[in-house]
Design a protein around this ligand. Structure first.
Ligand SMILES: Nc1ncnc2c1ncn2[C@@H]1O[C@H](COP(=O)(O)OP(=O)(O)OP(=O)(O)O)[C@@H](O)[C@H]1O
Length: 949
């Protein structure tokens, strides 16, 4: 074949155009003559079998169809306009369909055709859809006028702000609103562009706005009257489910954007004295400064968990100051759960930084030294909550440090929940707020594991400081004394006479005990002409205690019940009224230094009397001071001053001295192991204070006070077995120990949706919902579940909501107030009357009753009836008897010559519980105090022996 083809070419090349015949060309040597005219003249005469000659010229098969004629027309006319194209397409589709229906197609061809038809149909549906969508598009102008940043999902905003496109972003989902794809239908491009512009506009708005719309603050009138200690009275910060979702989305988006601030490195020069510098360098936290500040600069929320004495409270504010967080008119604020700590720490940090008193200042409820120049501010958590009312974004601050977060007061928990949302908002506004949560224990899981508080995409980093500065040796008593006050007294006497110099810090449960123990100790070491008595030697003291070296790292957390301090108020007031506290306070304040030549003293059965006559050895003079929450700060300061020369300092304190503070001279701690806590009775709805064992974590904190400026010793007045068996690891968060109505009423001051609020440990959802429904019925909340002025008043009374309502309502009628108060006190205390069947056992504390049970029952019944009165008064039923017996008891107490023992016996015979009636008495006074403070338009007074109504 190949040879043949070449031959033809050659022949063509040498064609002789004269048309002479092939025959004439013989002999076949060189030239071939072809008749080309004959060859090319007519297609018809072409020999189709000769493929070699003209392979491309096969005749086209023609189908005699209508279509063909159309096609031919098209071809003929050469039309190329839009219309004809469409028509062609239509026809083609028609033909394809026809072919599809016929059985003539191959399987492959059929599939291909099916695919084409599907594609065409879906394109048609899509364009119809866009057309419909276009009708619902939000006009751009309208959008700009009404929308604000918070209406947009924050993730969307961040998508625009960050302009970070991941490779995966190239795949666009149907709802994706980012740049229109080049292939996108032309009709939707304007739509997407409009949306894009709206978003950009909104981002601009959100940057410049001071909008706080997902955290709204509202004020109510009776604010100033309703203050509860440091707590703000009226703010309502809306945190609802939507906000939580949004915050989650924000957190996730922010975590993705990986907050990398490019703050210029700032360093504020600080001139510290050499001594301070030296001390600082010894603190374990100093070696972690870099990691702490790196975590702070890269994250909005940071957790710091450090041992007691590692330097958290004093150093972290200084790190922030040095890193420039207190520049440009912004401040660093540090919250403390206790006022004593806020004051003491502000002084210490001010000294270390070498700044004036007002530059590092404190603010507690009624007092403070904050000025315009203040750069670091120490406040109680209640004060910061109050500030949130007026500026929910805390614009004056660049960093908030929550110290002692493990104490888990209800205020701290609410604060952490709110701030977890404020930091998100501040970041979006472009002025980040740093939140540093510091805890002395490992109980940070409550924060870390809480998805609602910190979603997993934005978990705060945890920096640990696992070292303490000085060791503390813990000594347990062999026996556990029930009378811990006397045991403490004896221990302090022994320590003073037998141990080397060093201050002693004693922990008791309340102001009254502080006053009592101080007076015992002063009397014990009062200068006496009699000379030394036998002293118990150090070795004796040591032998008595079972010495155990405890690793304080093994347990943690502490109950810090601010309420217990508040509970000291009535005691304090009572003592002052009696003139007793004044005398003792004067002693406290008056720096009574007594020499230690000791008188003997005797033991009596009653608490409050002096302890056993005991011979104590001679030693140097002592300087005894008390420390409790409600003491004026200038007198509290006495505990932080050096004692007079040659004196041993003895500080008797409540648990206000348990955390944060350093009492410089203290080397020995005496821990009674007790704490006064508020216990809620679910049946009666009344909260009462009881003295209980503290927690292991709290005991650790107390011990930690001994190792601040050198190694120390802690003497525990209980056995190691009691410690192991009876002490809880941690105290419950206050929020979970309070009655749910109380929690809801308090939380409603700050948040509307308590159910979805990000509490570190949320109360039970069902209980919250039930409580809200109950409070709505009682009028404490309105129909939208917002706190009403009446509800704000109700939350001031420490009784069940239904009783609080009675008290609030009785304000309308002045003459009724004392009766309602007494009735509420009686109703709040369970079982004033001993059940008649149980009367034979003489109740819980009525002893010495040897009458026959039948007689006693009859007498008790008659006694109760005597208060019922006659006529209409009978309708009053049991409440009448309760009021009657309480008033009767007061009259009996007022009678001259009646002893307590006689009265107890008589109550037993009459079927009345002595302890219960005592509680009624206390509660009645407390409620009268509160009513007197709240009902400013009324005369509220206590008439103990109230006449019958
Ligand atoms: N007023 C003071 N006088 C002398 N030294 C002090 C004073 N306050 C603090 N210090 C020193 O600073 C150290 C660290 O105190 P800081 O209160 O910062 O510790 P902390 O880690 O916060 O402990 P805690 O958890 O017990 O509050 C103390 O151990 C002590 O050595």
């Amino acid at each position: 074949m190949k040879g043949g083809s070449r031959g033809i070419k050659r022949q063509k090349a040498k064609t002789v155009k004269d048309g002479s015949s092939l025959a004439a060309a013989a002999p076949v040597t060189t030239d071939v003559v072809i008749d080309t005219n004959a060859l090319f003249s007519a297609k018809e005469k072409f020999d189709a079998s000769n493929a070699l000659a003209l392979p491309g010229m096969r005749r086209r098969k023609r189908r005699p169809t209508d279509d063909q004629s159309d096609d031919d027309d098209d071809d003929d006319n050469g039309e190329d306009d839009e219309e004809s194209k469409k028509r062609r397409k239509r026809l083609k589709l028609k033909r394809l369909k026809r072919e599809l229906q016929s059985d003539l197609l191959t399987k492959k061809k059929r599939k291909e055709l099916e695919r084409i038809v599907r594609k065409k149909e879906s394109a048609k549906t899509r364009s119809q859809l866009w057309e419909e969508l276009r009708q619902y598009q939000f006009p751009r102008e309208e959008g700009e006028a009404t929308a604000t940043a918070h209406l947009l999902p924050s993730a969307a905003i961040h998508g625009v702000v960050s302009k970070r496109a991941k490779p995966s972003d190239k795949k666009k989902s149907p709802g994706d609103n980012t740049e229109p794809d080049a292939n996108t239908d032309a009709s939707i491009k304007p739509l997407l562009k409009g949306w894009q512009q709206q978003k950009q506009q909104l981002v601009k708005d959100s940057d410049s706005s001071t909008d706080t719309s997902d955290i709204t603050v509202s004020s109510s009138e009776s604010e100033s009257e309703l203050e509860h200690d440091d707590a703000p009275a009226s703010a309502s910060i809306t945190v609802d489910a939507q906000t939580n979702d949004e915050s989650k989305a924000t957190a996730e988006a922010e975590a993705e954007t990986a907050i990398k601030e490019h703050r210029p490195a700032t360093f504020v020069q600080v001139r510290r004295s050499k001594a301070v510098q030296q001390r600082r360098l010894e603190l374990p936290i100093l070696s972690e400064e870099h990691s702490i500040m790196e975590a702070v600069s890269g994250n909005d929320v940071v957790l710091i968990c450090g041992q007691t004495g590692s330097g958290k409270t004093t150093q972290v504010p200084q790190f922030l100051y040095e890193a420039g967080y207190a520049l440009d008119g912004r401040r660093v604020v540090v919250t403390e759960p206790r006022r004593v700590a806020a004051i003491a720490m502000s002084e210490r940090v001010g000294q270390e930084l070498g700044l004036g008193r007002n530059r590092v200042a404190y603010q507690i409820r009624y007092q403070g030294n904050v000025t315009e120049d203040t750069v670091i501010k120490f406040v109680t958590d209640g004060v910061l909550l109050k500030e949130l009312e007026s500026d929910v974004l805390l614009r004056n601050y660049s960093a908030v440090v929550i110290d002692e977060a493990h104490e888990r007061t209800i205020y701290t928990d609410i604060l952490i929940g709110l701030l977890s949302r404020v930091v998100c908002r501040r970041r979006r506004l472009g002025h980040p707020l740093k939140l540093i949560i510091m805890s002395a224990t490992l109980r940070v899981q409550d924060f870390l594991a809480n998805e609602r508080l910190f979603p997993s995409a934005a978990k705060p980093p945890l920096v640990r400081i696992d070292a303490r500065q000085y060791p503390v040796t813990v000594h347990f008593n062999r026996r556990t004394e029930d009378d811990y006050l006397k045991a403490a007294y004896a221990k302090v006497c022994r320590l003073h006479t037998s141990l080397p110099p060093g201050g002693v810090l004693v922990f008791v449960t309340g102001a009254q005990e502080v006053v009592t123990l101080c007076s015992w100790l002063r009397r014990a070491f009062r200068k006496s002409k009699s000379t030394t008595t036998t002293s118990s030697s150090t070795s004796e003291a040591e032998a008595e205690d079972r010495r155990l070296d405890i690793c304080l790292d093994n347990y943690s957390a502490v109950p810090a019940d601010e309420d217990a301090e508040l509970h000291e108020a009535p005691i304090d007031a009572e003592l002052r009224r009696d003139g007793r506290l004044q005398a003792d306070d004067d002693d406290d304040d008056g720096n009574v230094e007594v020499d230690a030549d000791v008188e003997g003293f005797r033991l009596t059965d009653e608490i409050g009397d002096e302890p056993t006559k005991r011979q104590v050895g001679s030693s140097g003079p002592v300087h005894v001071v008390g420390l409790y929450s409600l003491m004026p700060p200038e007198r509290q300061a006495a505990a932080f001053r050096e004692p007079p020369n040659g004196h041993r300092m003895i500080v008797v304190a409540t648990n206000v001295a348990e955390t944060s503070i350093t009492i410089p001279c203290v080397r020995y701690v005496v821990d009674t192991g007790r704490v006064k806590t508020k216990v809620y009775d679910k049946v009666t709805g009344v909260s009462t204070f009881v003295v209980t064992w503290t927690s292991k974590a709290s005991a650790e904190q107390r011990a930690g006070r001994a190792g601040r400026l050198g190694p120390g010793h802690c003497y525990r007045l209980y056995s190691s077995q009691v410690f192991t068996d009876s002490f809880k690891d941690f105290a419950e968060p206050e929020l979970l120990t309070k009655p749910v109505d109380e929690v809801v009423l308090l939380a409603k001051l700050y948040v509307n949706d308590v159910l979805h609020f990000p509490f570190p440990n949320a109360p039970d959802g069902e209980a919250v919902a039930a409580s809200e429904a109950r409070l709505v019925k009682l009028g404490a909340l309105d129909s939208r579940k917002r706190l009403t002025p009446q509800g704000a008043l109700m939350r001031q009374f420490p009784v069940a909501a239904r009783f609080a309502k009675m008290l609030v309502v009785c304000e309308q009628q002045e003459e009724l107030i004392p009766y309602v108060i007494l009735l509420v006190a009686c109703l709040s205390v369970p079982e004033i009357f001993v059940e008649e069947s149980a009367a034979s056992s003489a109740g819980d504390d009525n002893r010495g009753n040897d009458d026959s049970s039948v007689e006693r029952k009859q007498r008790a019944k008659a006694f109760r009836r005597s208060f019922a009165r006659a006529g209409q008064a009978l309708l009053l039923g049991d409440p009448m008897s309760l009021i009657g017996v309480a008033a009767w008891y007061e009259r009996q107490l007022g009678q001259r010559g009646r002893t307590e023992t006689e009265l107890v016996e008589q109550l037993g015979q009459l079927g009345v519980r002595h302890r219960a009636i005592g509680e009624v008495r206390k509660l009645r006074r407390h409620l009268t105090d509160i009513a007197g403070r709240l009902f400013v338009r009324r005369q509220v007074f206590l008439d103990p022996a109230l006449p019958p109504p």
